[in-house]
Design a protein around this ligand. Sequence first.
Ligand code: AMP
Ligand code: MG
Length: 507
Amino acid sequence: MADFSSLKWLNRFIDETPGDLKVGGTSRQVPGACWSLVKPTVSPNPELKLWSEEMGKRLQLEKPDGLVLGGNEVVEGMKPYSQRYGGHQFGNWAHQLGDGRAITLGEVELSDEVLELQLKGSGVTPYSRFSDGKAVLRSSIREFLCSEAMFHLGVPTTRALSLVTTGEMVVRDMLYDGNPAPEIGAIVCRVAPSFIRFGSFQIHTADGNHDTLEKLLNHTIKNHFPKHKVDCDEGRIAWLTDVAEQTAIMISHWMRVGFVHGVMNTDNMSIHGITIDYGPYGWLEDYDPNWTPNTTDASRRRYRYGNQPQIGAWNIARLAESIAPLMDDVELLYGVLEHYDTKYIESQNSMWSGKLGIDDFSESDESLVVELNSILQEVETDMTIFFRLLSSLEKPDISLLVDAFYNPDNIPTEKWNDWLAKWWKRVDESPNQEKMMAANPKYVLRNWMAQLAIDAAEKDDYSICEELYKLLKNPYDEQLEFHEKWFKKRPEWARHRVGCSMLSCSS
Ligand code: AMP
Ligand code: MG
């Protein structure tokens, strides 16, 4: 085990792609660049509050103090930078966005992989636009706990290494409604193979800067997709096909566990097909495909639960078209979109095969799923509890699933028993329960659970954070000691509480 200065640091992104000639963090446009060198802002009193033992071990790092992770110390080998990227926000092209509150420290070379370490919330960068580049405790806890929970659910994701409070208060207008208030400042250190996004490519195509576009693409394929060729149509299509495939798989996992990302803008889509940028995300409690946790999206609901697979396709189309200027034969790009659709349907089938315990799931089972989707929406029904209880059902009787309903007096009993009977017959009275238990988690980071952890942490009590962190490391296990407390429908107090049912992008 070592400290930061004895890790093996690499800076391949800086070495291999064009950057900004200016150093430092005042807001500016930086055409042609992929990054700007920038120093993290010093925190007045950085304190390490949450630490991932697992990620620490993976990096061979001893639990440190808050100095490096709070942005106060840059060790030899690190070349901190912010990445420049663009993006489509809610369907509209926004041009340059970039890491407005994220600073990469560097890449760490391990025996079998290279991982990038990035601070989120460590002050202004050239991409901060009109904001301060800081993050608050509330959103940092949500990122730390959720990214770790997602990993243990088997959903591809960035990881979290640490959460540090900065010792500074940061003013935020949580709901953008004219009520700014000071909140505790915090920084999460997150970890991923890279933080390259769809928008990282789009910005250069929009600028007409094909030289930078090509350098970035060559860097990406060479380092992160080394099995593909660089500098030719064949390699580019193979790479895009990989991205499309990984994205389809990731979104099918979101659908399986009831995760709603909330801001699937193209700047928030990783080229590794991992979940990135935990902001106003949420978990379906009542099964409502139209639900979105993001207040900024409340009127159009572009990023609602049920629309995520289609948005994935739309985003892949934007990525593919951004590569068009480098292609000899642009027609080949259509194949990438087709691959996304094929792969999504395949992953969706395998998801339903797991959720319903049907080993040989085929197209003919789709009507069973369509019917289930419709009955689940008839009355308020808890997604997680429903599927978990279904996974150990002993006979097709809805009265055994009563705990999944928010109002036990209005359950559409007849419809349910009809559906259960059909399903029971389909699985020859013996669903593959082992498979169901591994596809239907018992514990997810419900919105109100995260809020309870935040409320306590804001009073400097991190015990609920730690308890949830422990719980969510084994989301498919019964963990009976936690059953009463956390295997529970949303409590009434959380129905309309800010942070539980309503979230904004404000960080
Ligand atoms: P998001 O969609 O929340 O990931 O953020 C959209 C853009 O706003 C990105 O370029 C972020 O870096 C930037 N941004 C978000 N919050 C802040 C902040 N507190 N300070 C500076 N930039 C920010
Ligand atoms: Mg973002």
